[in-house]
Design a protein around this ligand. Structure first.
Ligand SMILES: [Zn+2]
Length: 613
């Protein structure tokens, strides 16, 4: 290192740790952090691999003619749902991110074929004329078609797609406005309405953002049945699951739409419902160890993890809700929650080879795969397509790093400054992250680094080999503001000790094993355990967990760890008789994530539920 570089490193370094005050000069209204564009980033590492396998092993392997397009050509159903709009929305984003000819060709084909089925009145859907608009899931299906088509215009400038989106949105608005007191859905009740109209608000707001046509905004904000700003219900845990108070996907989709509206017309009222959801998750045991939530699609807080736990739609919309919260508040807490859900619940909702997707993702008991159509597989594809925009965010006149993964961002900052930021890291296997900073000219700007809450040991940060302040609170962004020049390098060293996390509610007395953002699980198959063995009665010696070993069954460079344990019924005063290999939670054969420990005093509280710290 040259002397002049050293001098800049010492003299020019200003380090500010901020919780939520990362001021943004040119951010959209109400946003502190702004995502970078899908065309400004290339991902590698596990997040990049998941994006790639979703595209090349799943999306391009679908039978889109038979499963997705034919029902729209036939239009012979009285009720039902396919998910073509969600598929189109995901494909548009994947095409923008990859610019791959094959992906673009699929996008263009899906959209051209969908538009060919558009009726003269604007309808695109799968239902017979008598069921249209009012039938179950018709508005839901049409809404995501409006969104996907509008996003094709947003990302690719396709005017025909925007035209089709407007015709379809106009069809919904015209038909519903003609019978304003009628409520779509199975029983004509308002509680069930949101389930069959989920996505309408987000689609119309996106259409408004692209067209500035106030009719779309007005319908969301003023139409008697909709009135998005006034939507305000308390979370409920019992009773029917398909209403907005109880259904976690429906509830969070409305929260995300309110935050989208907040970006257009900032109003604190629009954040109240989201805050209620966050409080439920982090203060009332709604958040699961995998980072996701929900049981039988509804809110729940008893921490049961078997059966229909963690609907993939809930996983997708919680991730999206956290992204919006991070953008609005700049609070790293939401980034911490994002990495938990992404590396565990989200990736476990997909087979390691990428082809299959789950509807539910329990952390106890068997996990099953689902087919290619319907809500969950398509919301899964959509959120994976949005992940590239959740790694780096513009922050004031600089950039903030939210997720750690091998990647390169190439962005334009104010005053025509081009910045290339390259992360070199084995994360999440390793907490060592090297960031290469290459601005097009020497310039001062802030770079933010999220310091995760799981960092129980001090984090070491150095710029060009010079240590940076060590007093950064975990769970906040460390912002380094200095004159950066090409060739600068940031080194971030987060040690990843094992953590035995105390279970709550139904899991009291049991403990989960985590390392960094990763949750580990126990697979009877991997460990060749007899089928009749009750995994919940195995006792693990928490002190026996040592350095992780490489294990590629879930991902290249993945990890596993050995622990010693006692069979059910065997006294822990006797020598342990089992040696178990715990694998990363996305291991599809994992059937347990909480265990009994011989020494519970070695455990700690989960760092994410804030009330318990
Ligand atoms: Zn679903």
């Amino acid at each position: 290192m040259s002397n002049s570089r050293k001098r800049i490193g010492i003299v020019g370094l200003v380090v500010v740790a901020v919780q939520s005050a990362m001021a943004a000069a040119k951010a959209p209204a109400g946003e502190t952090l702004t995502p970078i564009g899908l065309r400004e980033i290339k991902l590698a590492g596990e997040i990049g691999r998941r994006v790639d396998i979703t595209i090349y092993q799943n999306l391009l392997a679908l039978n889109t003619e038979k499963d997705f397009l034919d029902p729209f050509r036939q239009r012979n159903k009285v009720a039902g749902y396919i998910g073509l709009g969600k598929l189109i929305d995901a494909t548009v984003r994947f095409a923008a991110y990859t610019n791959d000819e094959q992906v673009r060709a699929l996008k263009n084909h899906l959209i051209a074929e969908a538009i060919k089925t558009q009726e003269p009145d604007g309808y695109i859907g799968i239902l017979v004329p008598a069921s249209r608009v009012w039938g179950v899931y018709d508005i839901h299906e049409m809404s995501y078609l409006v969104l996907g088509l509008t996003n094709d215009y947003k990302f690719f400038g396709e005017k025909a797609s925007l035209e089709a989106a407007r015709k379809l949105a106009d069809f919904i608005i015209t038909r519903w406005s003609a019978e304003p007191s009628r409520i779509p859905g199975p029983d004509g009740k308002r509680g069930s309405m949101y389930g069959v109209t989920t996505g309408l608000d987000g689609a119309l707001l996106t259409l408004y953002e692209q067209t500035s046509d106030h009719r779309y905004l007005d319908f969301c904000t003023n139409f008697a049945q909709y009135q998005l700003p006034q939507w305000n219900v308390a979370i409920k845990l019992d009773g029917p699951r398909m209403d907005d108070e109880r259904h976690s996907y429906i509830y969070m989709a409305l929260c995300v739409a309110q935050m989208q509206l907040h970006g257009l017309q900032p109003d604190p009222r629009l954040l109240k419902q989201t805050q209620q959801a966050v409080d439920f998750l982090t203060r009332q045991d709604g958040l699961l160890i995998t980072g996701s939530c929900s049981m039988s699609e509804g809110w729940h807080s008893n921490q049961t993890g078997s059966g229909p736990a963690s609907e993939s739609c809930a996983t997708a919309y919680l991730t999206r809700m956290l992204d919006r919260l991070l953008r609005i508040s700049g609070d790293a807490k939401y980034g911490d929650m994002m990495e938990r859900i992404v590396f565990n619940a989200l990736f476990a909702a997909q087979s390691p080879d990428g082809r299959r997707i789950r509807y539910f993702c329990p952390f106890e008991g068997q996990r099953a795969y689902f087919g290619d159509t319907y809500c969950c597989p398509n919301n899964f594809r959509r959120i994976i397509a949005e992940l590239p925009a959740m790694v780096y965010y513009r922050s004031g006149d600089g950039l903030a790093v939210n997720l750690y993964t091998e990647s390169t961002a190439n962005v334009e900052l104010p005053d025509a400054l081009r910045l290339t930021l390259r992360q070199e890291t084995g994360y999440p296997s390793s907490g060592t992250v090297r960031i290469h900073v290459d601005p097009s000219r020497t310039a001062e700007f802030p770079l933010g680094l999220r310091i995760p809450r799981w960092c129980t040991e001090p984090v070491k940060v150095a710029v060009n080999g010079q240590a940076v302040a060590s007093a950064t609170p975990r769970g906040s962004f460390l912002t380094i503001k200095r004159p950066w020049q090409a060739g600068d390098r940031i080194e971030l060293e987060m040690s990843m000790p094992w953590r035995w996390i105390k279970g709550r509610q139904a899991q009291v007395g049991r403990f989960a094993l985590m390392r960094g953002p990763l949750l580990f699980c126990l697979s009877p198959e991997v460990n060749r355990l007899p089928k009749e063995l009750d995994l919940r009665k195995i006792v693990i010696d928490p002190s026996s967990v040592c350095a992780p070993s490489e294990d590629a069954r879930v991902r290249p460079g993945g990890l596993a760890c050995k622990v010693r344990a006692w069979s059910p019924g065997r006294a822990t005063t006797q020598p342990s008789d089992l040696e178990l290999l715990l694998t990363e939670f996305p291991d599809p054969s994992g059937t347990a994530a909480y265990y009994l420990l011989s020494d519970p005093s070695m455990s700690q509280d989960d760092e994410l539920p804030v009330a318990r710290q």
